[in-house]
Write a protein that binds this ligand. Sequence first.
Ligand SMILES: *Cc1c(COP(=O)(O)O)cnc(C)c1O
Length: 462
Amino acid sequence: MGNIIDEMMAAEPFRIKMVEPIKTTTKEERQRKIKEAGYNVFNLESKDVYIDLLTDSGTSAMSDNQWAGMMLGDEAYAGSKNFYNLKDAIKEVMGYDYFLPTHQGRAAENVLFQLYVEEGNYVPNNMHFDTTKAHVQDKRGRPVNLVIDEAYDAKKNVPFKGNMDIDKLDNFLKEHSDNVPIVLLTVTCNSGGGQPVSMENIKEVSEICKKYNKPFYLDACRFAENAYFIKLREPGYADKSIPEITREMFSYADGCTMSSKKDALVNIGGFLAMEDEKLLDKAKVLGVLYEGFPTYGGMAGRDMEAMARGLLEVVEEEYLQYRINQVNYLGEKLKEKKVPILEPVGGHAVYLDAGRFLPNIPKDQFPGQALTVALYEEGGIRGVEIGTVLSGRDPETGDHDYPELELVRLTIPRRVYTYRHMDVVAEAAKIIHDKRDEIGGYKFTYEPEILRHFTARFAPVK
Ligand SMILES: *Cc1c(COP(=O)(O)O)cnc(C)c1O
């Protein structure tokens, strides 16, 4: 018997000194609200949501130390001291000397791809996140996903399901090298289910990029969660500290894009970090145009301070153990109740496998959307479709760009909900699963051209 606070079921490594009340609603109220929202949970008012698992992006609870830092904002236009604190934190955790602050992650992508991507270029990644894909396409480039095949098998339990397929990457570069300006690797692999990438894989991708002389960037939004999985699962890392692991991860790449709304434990912000000072000079030109002066880049000084402190907190092992355990707990509860999920459970979310959950609904009637609506109606729980609706249309054929999997993501905000909230979510999913034959599909009543999932409206197919 170990120490009780070391066990799997360790409670939260914090106590709560401020609370935010959340409202319960009746099922009839929720049915009315979701109908008014065009059956799109992005159109709901958050006050009408009981447990909000839409995203882990910008939804973290900050610590007392971060809030204290907010009071130390230096709002100087140029040379804010918080910029330098953030610079030190990035150096400490990632090892990079140079960075451009941006208002969030996609803004860093915008700058990076403007520097590298031209019309017709291919940009390989394990799997592009939706904003990453959209920003490559915005520069008339072509995003390419080269993740290992196992990533598409919802039932296959492999430790590093986010890995790049090294042979696919090598072959792709062999064939298209002239037309590939940059290679990315997303850690953890969000679109693949928050699945981690091994250190060995990061190193191998780096070696291939060196062989073909390509810059290599990490999409680092969940770098700390990835590092914790490396510590747990990869031989040789059990005794290394998380900062040692994160610095090694970043040492293989030329830089990274970062959404601080994820693993920097803040509500807004991002950056583009790199090893090369000359590249920073070029990035600064675009930064001034799109973000702001290079020592604030679209953020207030106080936001940079909270981010600097968050970056140091997110690599604390006790925090990461709690974080990964809580997400895993929800996955285990769902499995106990025979609800089909993507396995293994990733770092920031549990993914319901809507394809297996609602096999009667054809793909063009959006099973993931149907399950998302049902979860809200049943339990006031807001998840999000990660399937055909999110994937959009193929720009060449105009057809739905059907993804391999139809999923609903239940994303757990950091340090926000308790284990009891997870029990409620699992129970609601079970109730829906028991009456799955009664659930029908949806069709568009309004479909915007890009990033359609955010503002689309739907109606039930009858
Ligand atoms: C969230 C996210 C982004 C974009 O960051 P924003 O801060 O939302 O603009 C890019 N890549 C991945 C993997 C993400 O999860």
